[in-house]
Ligand binder design. Structure first.
Ligand code: FAD
Length: 307
């Protein structure tokens, strides 16, 4: 059985920073991920709000953070974490696939997953015109008309990305105005390939059996139903936390977000949480990185007391 001082679950910006800080304190650190390191940054094209870079591609920033972590001595371990338990000696047992890893400290950095719209046709056409990742799937819609659903930062910035590739991007939002940052809104409003449909919800995604052909919409103000033709539907309507595997620990709120104090401590000694998986207001790379630094340092202090 493998034993570590610190196991970080999730190798997004929060987890990579936490792991780097803990390793720089000379702790034996494993950083686990069920996919490629980088987390949500792999689904992002240009990042323009990470200090030090006027613009950087998401995967490139992920690569740089990974190098910072591994250069500090972090061991990257591939694994899908199934559960986490704590024994009477306060040792944490992490079940990954068919293996169990022991650790004095666990830092949870599992982020969140795009929320589904939950309408008819969404599952049927997922991967056949329905997507949650413009950077991954945008190229399939070259010179076609696509629809983006949502009004936050992700919806608008990914809409801008799609406008570079596609013929037209129709952003459908159920409110009267966007929630995205003003600078991104201005860019979208002046982009002649982007249109906005306000006060409207999408009630169904329709297709020809193989691929999306349109969406059914409902105008919340006028009560009018419509069918809008489109080849692709990109859904950005919020996130749900990746915390199903920690359910037994009682460290989340009712919606599944992990509750911590400002030191990133959960209610269980030696279990910290960082980044998007926490209950917090601003879910960004900068805030995930900030959380990670705090948790990595506190992991060291916790282990000093543990000795
Ligand atoms: P994540 O990046 O989500 O990483 C979590 C990691 O945990 C993943 O690698 C996942 O595979 C792993 N994981 C989950 N469950 C398990 C498990 N059971 N076992 C093992 N591993 C697991 N922020 C900005 O600051 N600027 C931007 O321009 C920006 N653009 C964005 C564009 C899009 C389309 C999206 C979706 C997000 C964007 N964000 C942006 C937000 C930013 O990406 C997130 O806030 C940030 O990545 C959160 O980091 P994290 O480390 O908390 O989690």
């Amino acid at each position: 059985m493998k034993k570590y001082d610190v196991v970080v679950i999730g190798a997004g910006p929060g987890g990579m920073t936490a792991a780097m800080y803990a390793a720089r304190a000379n702790l034996n650190v494993a950083m686990l991920d069920r996919g490629i390191y980088g987390g949500q940054m792999n689904n992002t094209d240009d990042i323009e709000n990470y200090p030090g870079f006027s613009s950087i591609k998401g995967p490139e920033l992920g690569q740089k953070m990974y190098e910072s972590a591994t250069n500090a001595g972090v061991n990257f371990v591939y694994g899908d974490v199934q559960s986490l338990t704590v024994d009477n000696h306060n040792i944490k047992h992490i079940q990954i696939d068919d293996d169990i890893i022991d650790s004095k400290v666990v830092i949870i950095a599992t982020g969140s997953t795009n929320r589904k719209l939950d309408v008819e046709g969404e599952d049927k056409y997922s991967g056949r015109g329905v997507s949650y990742c413009a950077v991954c799937d945008g190229a399939f819609f070259k010179n076609q008309d696509v629809t983006v659903i949502g009004g936050g930062d992700s919806a608008v910035s990914e809409g801008l990305y799609l406008a570079n590739i596609t013929e037209n991007v129709n952003v459908i939002h159920r409110r009267k105005q966007l929630r995205a940052q003003k600078i991104i809104q201005e860019r979208a409003f002046t982009n002649d390939k982007m249109d906005f449909t306000w006060n409207t919800s999408v009630t169904e995604i329709i297709g020809d059996g193989n691929h999306v052909t349109g969406v059914k919409t409902f105008d919340i103000e006028t009560g009018e139903d419509k069918v809008v033709n489109t080849s692709g539907v990109f859904i950005y309507v919020g996130n749900t936390p990746n915390t199903g595997m920690f359910q037994g620990l009682d460290i989340t709120d009712d919606s599944g977000w992990i509750l911590t104090n400002s030191e990133m401590e959960t209610s269980i000694p030696g279990i910290f949480a960082v980044g998007d998986v926490r209950k917090k207001k601003l879910r960004q790379i900068t805030t995930a990185v900030g959380d990670g630094g705090i948790a990595g340092q506190n992991a060291f202090e916790y282990i000093e007391e543990f000795k």
